[in-house]
Ligand binder design. Structure first.
Ligand code: COI
Length: 365
């Protein structure tokens, strides 16, 4: 047992680390979320003690009383972020303070305790440091970091939990989609919506993702990889996919994405792409876009590319849009030039291949 450099975490190195040759095999074909690293972070909160007992230790199972609140009332929030291999052998995070900020916004919406932002960032940085050998170095693979928090009060009555467990785990990842960066097919959900005004759409809580699964399953039955949600009021305006924001590219070179009205997740990738597009002199609109307009604009040739974006998905072209009575193709099934250009601008910064004019890259080691 030792105290970490930050003097905030006790550190226990795993006595059962995955052997080097086995880890190398995993890193060569990581998939997405298939493997976890050797260590994890845990920090506890109680009303009496506040945040305490910060640990970096061997990754292990949790033991929970069956009446722990999260198991019944879904008091769970999470973040998705990545540690990237740098050309000089180091490792870096991308805008981790933004994840910390959004995590606390989610905590507030779900009546959970807020974690000091610097503690959130230090926890993720410490895990990257101790598991640095798990950062893949080939292609555009990276180490996916998953901070999350659950309500741990033991109670059957439904009220805000008075205790919480914050944890960070990490998983080496390659492409989120099986087809790599080839076009994704999307099913337009008519039977389900993702979020209503006043709901939890802008929070990154497990419940949103659970609620998207029936629509996702319906889409899969239609042969689609992803599902697109429309707004819950008019059932007309494009919102987002189940875990990714969406962008449209027009023939005049402008791009558009639905505005953040409270029902859409404020993606950090979304925000970064808007900034990078503006840096390149592109016109970017954060304005509502109707599903009928999408269909008309594909037919007229005005809409030339569509892409999804998120930490896990990065930037992925949408090649097919399918609904109850239509099935349309967008572009030639691959990645269009504007999508490719924005994807490159983003990943070049993330992987340390380009200058970082916005100061987004956070070197960990
Ligand atoms: C991410 O992009 O990091 C997410 O949390 C989305 C999830 C579906 C993997």
């Amino acid at each position: 047992m030792e105290t970490s450099a930050l003097d905030r975490f006790t550190v226990e190195h795993s006595a059962h680390r995955v052997p080097d040759d086995k880890r190398a095999e995993m890193l060569a074909a990581p998939g997405f979320g298939k493997y976890l690293t050797d260590h994890m972070v845990t920090i506890r909160y109680s009303a009496a003690e506040g945040w305490h007992d910060a640990k970096i230790g061997p990754r292990q199972d949790f033991s929970l009383n069956p009446s722990t609140m999260v198991l019944h009332y879904a008091g769970e929030i999470f973040e998705g972020m990545k540690a990237y291999p740098m050309p000089d052998g180091g490792g870096a995070l991308f805008r981790p303070q933004e994840n910390a900020r959004r995590f606390n916004a989610s905590a507030e919406r779900l009546a959970m305790a807020k974690l000091p932002e610097d503690l959130f960032v230090d926890a993720v940085r410490e895990l990257v440091r101790i598991d640095r050998d798990w950062i893949p170095t080939g292609g555009e693979a990276s180490l996916y970091m998953r901070p999350f928090m659950i309500g741990t009060e033991i109670a059957i009555g439904n009220h805000p939990s008075d205790s919480f467990l914050f944890a960070v785990i990490a998983s080496p990842v390659g492409s989120y989609f099986k087809g790599g960066v080839s076009g994704v097919s999307v099913w337009v959900s008519e039977n389900y919506t993702r979020a209503a005004p006043g709901g939890t759409g802008a929070a990154k809580c497990g419940g949103n993702y659970a609620a998207a699964l029936a629509a996702q399953k319906e889409g899969a039955q239609q042969g689609c990889e992803q599902v697109l949600f429309l707004d819950a009021v008019e059932r007309r305006w494009v919102e987002e996919l189940a875990g990714m924001n969406v962008f449209f590219v027009f023939d005049d070179g402008s791009i558009q994405t639905p505005p953040l009205t409270g029902t859409i997740l404020p993606g950090i990738t979304r925000n970064s792409l808007i900034a990078l597009a503006r840096d390149q002199g592109m016109t970017v609109r954060e304005e509502p876009y109707a599903i009928d307009q999408w269909r008309d604009d594909v037919a007229s040739g005005r809409l030339v590319e569509v892409f999804a974006c998120g930490t896990a998905a990065v930037v992925a072209p949408i090649a097919q849009l399918k609904g109850r009575d239509f099935d349309i193709s967008i572009g030639d099934g691959g990645m269009g030039p504007v999508t490719a250009q924005l994807r490159k601008a983003l990943t070049d910064i993330q992987f340390g291949r380009a200058d970082d004019p916005h100061g987004w890259v956070d070197r960990v080691f």
